[in-house]
Design a protein around this ligand. Structure first.
Ligand code: NAP
Length: 325
């Protein structure tokens, strides 16, 4: 039986990845921080939580990572843990750097010293590309220009992952993930904010949704499609870096259109309030990825398309509020 360690337990991607690994008969460990009140509110996945071996550690605490790697010597490490909210990274730049940059260095060092055959997966991000005006579609060859402490910290981790591969012949890979969403996306992210907000409007719990740049465009896939790609990457013959994306880009306006259409609310304009307090410095306007390399070498295409993704998220939020009512 293979063993896998997943960091970043409790929120979006991990239950999808854990489900996939359990179906493949892995023994799954989950690195969990110390919480005064742990949040297991992704209840759809409680059955998975029962099957995970939780192990205490924190990406910002090097000793804890050494102890974890030394004690379980996993076959595979999936580093999903991160302070992943771009907005917050501007207020918590140091904490973001400690987790997203140094956390990766600590993990890689622990693997090098105590379990050098462990395969390592790093969740890199399309935010590392920043804005490019000459060529909107990003590939593995596109130069980076990160524009937030989150993206800068992730870029350090990207290069450190490459460096351990090149210097010590370790099996280390970066998946440059474009945005991916799901019904269990945390509420602070704009997509869930919209589907949750529209469900609240439908049930008369809220009057409007406050948003900022409706023209901001992202390449958004479904989290379940992307975790399969994570696993496939570590089964490849050689470690490499790949983009995973849908190849399509859609604005927040497009997202609102599909979400409102789902419930046939009229006079939608009155439900969306533009709030300048959400304006962020060094905003990214368009991200769109080309994942031809991944498709050619190890992955099939993203199955869930944009409209289906939005409708899936709407359905889940409407169900949640209809059960509360
Ligand atoms: P998420 O929902 O924000 O989950 C991140 C997890 O990391 C949370 O469970 C968080 O725990 C944990 N974490 C934060 N700081 C930690 C620390 N110091 N030690 C241990 N764990 C810590 O992120 P996601 O959407 O699942 O994304 C997974 C990974 O993919 C992240 O690395 C993210 O940056 C990257 N990524 C995501 C997207 C996307 O669109 N979802 C796109 C590109 C890249 P708490 O619950 O305690 O905060």
């Amino acid at each position: 039986m293979k063993t896998a360690l997943i960091t970043g337990i409790l929120w979006q991607d991990w239950p999808y990845l854990a489900k996939l690994l359990l179906e493949k008969w892995y023994k799954v460990y989950g690195l969990i921080r110390r919480y005064s009140n742990p949040n297991f509110s992704n209840t759809d996945y409680l059955w998975i939580t029962d099957k995970i071996n939780f192990i205490t550690g924190d990406l910002s605490d090097e000793c804890s990572l050494i102890n974890v790697i030394k004690s379980i010597k996993p076959d595979e490490v999936y580093n999903l843990g991160a302070q992943s909210f771009v907005w917050t990274s501007r207020d918590l730049a140091k904490a973001t750097t400690e987790t997203n940059s140094l956390g990766v260095l600590y993990l890689l060092n622990a693997i090098k010293l105590f379990s050098p055959l462990t395969k390592f997966y790093q969740a890199s991000t399309s935010e590392m590309f920043g804005n490019r005006h000459d060529n909107w579609i990003q590939t593995e060859e596109t130069p980076f220009h990160p524009r937030s402490p989150y993206a800068i910290a992730k870029l350090y981790a990207y290069w450190m992952t490459n460096n351990f591969k090149e210097s010590y012949w370790m099996f280390c890979c970066n998946w440059i993930l474009f945005n991916h969403e799901s019904p269990i996306r945390w509420i602070e992210f704009v997509t869930r904010k919209i589907t949750d907000g529209i469900a609240k409007i439908k049930f008369w719990i809220a009057k409007d949704i406050k948003l900022w740049n409706l023209d901001s465009k992202r390449d958004r896939g479904f989290a379940w499609d992307y975790v399969e790609a994570m696993w496939l990457m570590l089964q490849a013959e050689k470690p490499d870096n790949y983009i995973v994306s849908t190849g399509e880009t859609h604005s927040i306006r497009d997202f609102l259109e599909v979400a409102f259409n789902y419930i046939w609310i009229k006079d939608r304009e009155k439900y969306v309030k533009i709030d300048p307090s959400f304006n962020r410095p060094a905003e990214l306007f368009v991200l769109q990825g080309k994942s031809d390399k991944a498709k050619e070498k190890l992955w099939r295409e993203s199955k869930v398309k944009f409209k289906e993704l939005v409708e899936m998220m709407m359905e889940a939020d409407l169900k949640r509020y209809s059960e509360i009512k």
